[in-house]
Design a protein around this ligand. Structure first.
Ligand code: ZN
Length: 279
């Protein structure tokens, strides 16, 4: 049923969805994002499922958005969209914003509100767009080789479209992550509260599954209510409206780059990431 994912039921009440685009280190193209949305919907609609694990095949969780996708707007027309904004083929900022509102902000926010516990199981690198898959999950388990980064400021942007940085890392580390593009290790992410547990790579899958099993043994309705209560606390603190502001500023960044370079990102980004090196 899925070409870019593997959908399994490794234990009673537990579904594991694994990203499986090894040739691109699980880069997210339009197909992968909509298949992931369908897989989440399938697990959510199945009353026998209590917990959803989001994992990834291969050495790295995700290299981010697939910037090599040939015609992403034409591809988007093939899928049933989750938002109502539309206008993906419109010229200028209108079309660009529509696409990002649907695919990036829209999907990640939708997954954040799935009414069942979700656990991200992360190994290797999780770069930029990769954060928009793990941050919407309720719990994050990282292997001891996990590395997280957002390198979009180097490309003339504000940070990824689902702007979780201040909520995940605290304001100071969020700024450092954005300003430097440096990797944050699993251990550091754990210290900052972004990650629940760091485990050796060879124990990542069994540790995560054991945790999922223990959660799945609890009453599902109580789990849903507990999740909703914590999410409501974050939203009462302003998470949702702050993310909306960050998304608007993100679109201003794209428009600025389009005016200067004719591209949505500053093409000198790769050069900036190479030099000067840290340390
Ligand atoms: Zn963007």
């Amino acid at each position: 049923m899925f070409e870019t994912l593997i959908y399994e039921t490794p234990a009673t009440g537990v579904v594991r969805i694994s990203l499986n685009r090894l040739e691109s280190r699980n880069a997210q193209n339009t197909q992968l994002l909509y298949e992931l949305n369908d897989a989440f919907d399938r697990a959510t609609a199945d009353d026998s499922v209590s917990v959803i694990i989001l994992a990834a095949k291969g050495a790295h969780f995700s290299s981010g958005h697939d910037l090599r996708e040939p015609d992403p707007i034409a591809n988007l027309d093939k899928y049933e969209t989750v938002g109502t904004w539309c206008g993906f083929g419109c010229a200028g900022a209108e079309g660009w914003m529509a696409r990002e509102k649907e695919l990036y902000q829209g999907l990640s926010e939708r997954w954040r509100n799935i009414p069942k516990p979700t656990i991200a199981q992360v190994q290797g690198k999780c770069i930029s767009g990769g954060l928009m898959l793990v941050w919407p999950c309720d719990l994050i388990i990282a292997s001891d080789d996990a590395l997280f980064s957002d390198n979009t400021v180097a490309m003339g942007m504000t940070g990824v479209e689902y702007f979780g940085h201040p909520w995940e890392l605290g304001p100071r580390k969020a700024k450092e992550m954005l300003f430097t593009a440096d990797f944050i290790t699993g251990a550091e992410a754990h210290r900052l509260g972004m990650v629940n547990h760091v485990v050796p790579l060879d124990q990542l899958e069994t540790f995560t599954l054991d945790l999922a099993r223990r959660i799945a043994a609890k009453p599902l309705f109580a789990l849903k209510l507990a999740k909703e209560s914590v999410n409501a606390a974050e939203d009462a603190q302003g998470r949702h409206s702050a993310m909306q502001t960050a998304f608007a500023l993100h679109q201003l960044g794209h428009s600025h780059n389009m005016q200067l370079f004719g591209l949505p990102i500053d093409p000198r980004g790769a050069e900036r990431l190479l030099s000067p090196k840290k340390g």
